[in-house]
Write a protein that binds this ligand. Structure first.
Ligand SMILES: Cc1cc2nc3c(=O)[nH]c(=O)nc-3n(C[C@H](O)[C@H](O)[C@H](O)COP(=O)(O)OP(=O)(O)OC[C@H]3O[C@@H](n4cnc5c(N)ncnc54)[C@H](O)[C@@H]3O)c2cc1C
Length: 280
C-alpha cells in the first residue's frame, strides 16, 4: 500500500524542527531513517499529517567522547556504530550490537535515535541504553531536558518523549580498560528481531567483579536490567563458576510471557544461555 497524503517539511536547523513540532504537535512525525516509520505509514498504521525530515539538519549525526561519556547524535546510522570512532570495551559492545540490527540496507539508513524513539521491545539500541543507564537529551521550544533510559521506555513502542520534542543525543558512560563487555542474541533467522538478547558490562578490580551491568530484551515490553544477576557477580572472580551462577539467577529473575516465538520457559532458558555467553 501507499501512505496516506502528508505535508513534507525539510527544516535546515534544529530551531526550525522545534518550531514545526510546536506548530503541529501530534499531527507531525519526525522522519529519521524511515525504516520503521515508512513501513508503518505504508500499512496505514501511522497517518501523520506532517512529516518533518531531519536528514538535512546539521549537528545531529556525530559521535563524540569526553573522559566520562560518549555522545551519540540521534541521526547516527546503525552501520556507523559497527566501527565506532574510538577503541575499547564500549566500542566492542556497540559494534556487536550494531551487527544484529536488521540487514545491511536497514543499517545503512536506520538511525540510533530513531530506534530509541520507536522503542521496539526487542531493539538492540534500547537494550544497550537500558543496560548502561544512558541519558537522553530531548529538545523543544520549551527548552531541553535529560532523562535516563529507565524513564524513557514506558511500554512496547511507547516512550516518554512528548509530541513537541526532538531527541537530539544519547549519552553512554565511557567504559575504560578495566571493563569487559559482551553481547549475545538469538533470533530465528539472521537479521530478524531478537527473540532474546543480552548485553553485559563488567568492571574488574584485582581480578574480581567491582561493578556489573546486565540487560535483556525479549522478556517484557521494555528492556530490563538484571539486577539480581548483577548482584550475584559483584565481589566474585570472573570465572566459569561465577558466570554460571549469575546466569542461573538471570534466568530466574526474568518474568517473560510465551508467544508464537517461544514459551515463557524457553525464553528463561535463552536468558540463562545468552547471559552465560555475554559474560564469557
Ligand atoms: C526488515 C526490518 C528489520 C529490522 N530489524 C531490526 C532489528 O533487528 N533490530 C532493531 O532494533 N531494529 C530493526 N529494524 C528497525 C530499524 O532499526 C529502524 O531503523 C529503527 O527502528 C528506526 O530508526 P529510523 O531511523 O529508521 O527511524 P524512523 O523510522 O524514521 O522513525 C521511527 C520513529 O521514531 C521517531 N523519531 C525518529 N527520530 C526521532 C528523533 N530524533 N526525535 C523524535 N522522534 C524521532 C519517528 O517519528 C518515528 O515515530 C528493522 C526494520 C526493518 C524494516
Amino acid at each position: 500500500m501507499k501512505p496516506a497524503a502528508f505535508q513534507y517539511e525539510r527544516p535546515r536547523d534544529v530551531a526550525e524542527v522545534l518550531d514545526l513540532l510546536a506548530q503541529h504537535g501530534d499531527e507531525a512525525k519526525i522522519l529519521a531513517g524511515g525504516q520503521s516509520l515508512v513501513p508503518m505509514m505504508n500499512f496505514r498504521l501511522a497517518r501523520p499529517a506532517v512529516i518533518i525530515d531531519i536528514g538535512a539538519v546539521p549537528g545531529l549525526g556525530q559521535v563524540s567522547r569526553d573522559e566520562e561519556t560518549v555522545a551519540i547524535g540521534t541521526r547516527v546510522r546503525h552501520i556507523e556504530l559497527e566501527r565506532p570512532p574510538f577503541d575499547g570495551p564500549l566500542s566492542s559492545l556497540l559494534a556487536d550490537a550494531a551487527r544484529h540490527v536488521g540487514h545491511i540496507p536497514i543499517r545503512l539508513r536506520g538511525t540510533f535515535g530513531g530506534s530509541i524513539v520507536h522503542a521496539d521491545p526487542a531493539a538492540e539500541w534500547c537494550l544497550v541504553a537500558q543496560a548502561l543507564d544512558a541519558e537522553m537529551t530531548m529538545a523543544s521550544v520549551r527548552g531541553e531536558r535529560v532523562i535516563t533510559a529507565a524513564h524513557m521506555f514506558q511500554s512496547a513502542f511507547v516512550t516518554s518523549i512528548a509530541d513537541d520534542e526532538l531527541l537530539t543525543e544519547v549519552r553512554l558512560p565511557w567504559l575504560g580498560g578495566d571493563w569487559k563487555t559482551g553481547f549475545s542474541e538469538f533470533s530465528r533467522r539472521a537479521g530478524d528481531f531478537a527473540v532474546v538478547a543480552v548485553a553485559s558490562a563488567v568492571r574488574l578490580a584485582d581480578g574480581h567483579v567491582a561493578e556489573a551491568r546486565i540487560g535483556a530484551v525479549g522478556v517484557g515490553a521494555v528492556p530490563v536490567r538484571l539486577a539480581q544477576a548483577e548482584a550475584a557477580l559483584v565481589g566474585q572472580p570472573l570465572g566459569p563458576d561465577a558466570i554460571n551462577a549469575a546466569s542461573d539467577v538471570a534466568g530466574e529473575e526474568v518474568d517473560p510471557r510465551g508467544d508464537i516465538h517461544g514459551s515463557a520457559d524457553y525464553r528463561r532458558d535463552l536468558v540463562r544461555a545468552l547471559t552465560r555467553r555475554a559474560l564469557s
